[in-house]
Design a protein around this ligand. Structure first.
Ligand code: NAI
Length: 270
């Protein structure tokens, strides 16, 4: 059901690779709620993914950009404002990648060049997005910028490896830039900490199925789905959340406030 709560709002959505991507589901919901946007992803992901299909459904233009390239981001923000016919009200940063995770390097044997790549792609890129939005003066007042994160920034999970450090950087950037952007333009900056979700990035973490099932048992409401996450992002883009900024918002069915659940006790006493 649509409430049209993003009617007339314009934005950019990063990170839709295929129909499982959180960004993909978000694009569909934003469209349904009356928003218009450009879609973007790394040039290499464009070749592997299905972003063209999504662009057709959403009647959106695609502008390739590697989120670590200031030049690409500059082009993306300038062109988006031009194509959409005005300044932006929302941006979704839905980007994560670790070469160390992808190549199964143990945490005690990390490749440091790859570690820096992980930090750049999954963490520092958020600063680059925010700084470009400011420098190109692309945001409207009361705009909303959201990035996706995971609770491994606060607590350790085996095999999340250097992505844990990247997410800690990402969440910290949301606080620091959030303070700056609020003062400058009343733009809001938040991270949403999402439950484990079956996507390409999610499934890339070894042992993912086990921590998906564990989180399911540890969350009184169960794991939040990608569709639920998309709804939450829409709410964060809307005018109903105007005073929320500099937050790391847990979207996890109660996982982060739970010590242990009856489900887990029963499972462990079997
Ligand atoms: P996904 O694999 O569909 O999306 C990740 C996206 O990052 C892809 O579209 C990929 O092309 C893009 N990307 C990688 N390198 C890039 C670069 N240099 N420039 C621009 N884009 C680049 O997976 P998912 O799960 O939808 O991931 C979206 C976000 O949600 C990520 O930040 C991820 O860490 C976060 N998240 C995912 C969870 C999960 O269990 N799937 C849980 C909590 C957070």
């Amino acid at each position: 059901m649509s409430y049209n709560i993003l009617k007339g709002k314009r934005g950019i959505i990063f990170g839709a690779l295929d129909e499982n991507s959180i960004a993909w589901k978000t694009a569909l919901k934003v469209k349904e709620e009356g928003g218009s946007f450009t879609l973007t992803n790394a040039p290499i992901a464009m070749r592997m993914g299905k972003i063209n299909e999504l662009a057709k459904i959403c009647n959106a233009e695609i502008i390739p950009a590697d989120a670590t390239s200031e030049q690409d981001l500059n082009n993306l923000f300038s062109k988006s404002v031009e194509i959409l016919g005005g300044k932006l009200d929302f941006v979704l940063h839905s980007i994560g990648m670790s070469p160390n995770v992808r190549k199964d390097r143990p945490y005690g044997d990390l490749n440091y060049e790859w570690f820096l790549k992980t930090l750049d792609i999954s963490g520092v890129s958020f600063h680059k997005v925010l700084q470009t939005a400011e420098k190109t003066d692309a945001m409207n007042e009361w705009g909303s910028i959201v990035a996706l994160t995971y609770i491994a920034a606060q607590r350790t999970f085996p095999d999340y490896s250097d992505m844990a450090q990247a997410k800690a950087v990402l969440e910290s950037i949301a606080r620091s830039y959030g303070a700056r952007f609020a003062k400058l333009k009343k733009v809001r900056v938040n991270t949403i900490s999402q439950s484990p979700t079956k996507t390409t990035a999610g499934a890339g973490i070894s042992g993912f199925d086990v921590f998906y099932d564990y989180a399911q048992m540890m969350s009184p409401l169960g794991n939040a789905s990608a569709d639920d996450c998309a709804n939450y992002i829409v709410a964060m883009f809307s005018d109903f959340t105007r005073m929320v900024t500099m937050q790391n918002l847990m979207h996890d069915g109660g996982f982060s406030s739970t010590g242990i659940t009856q489900d887990l006790i029963e499972r462990l006493t079997k």
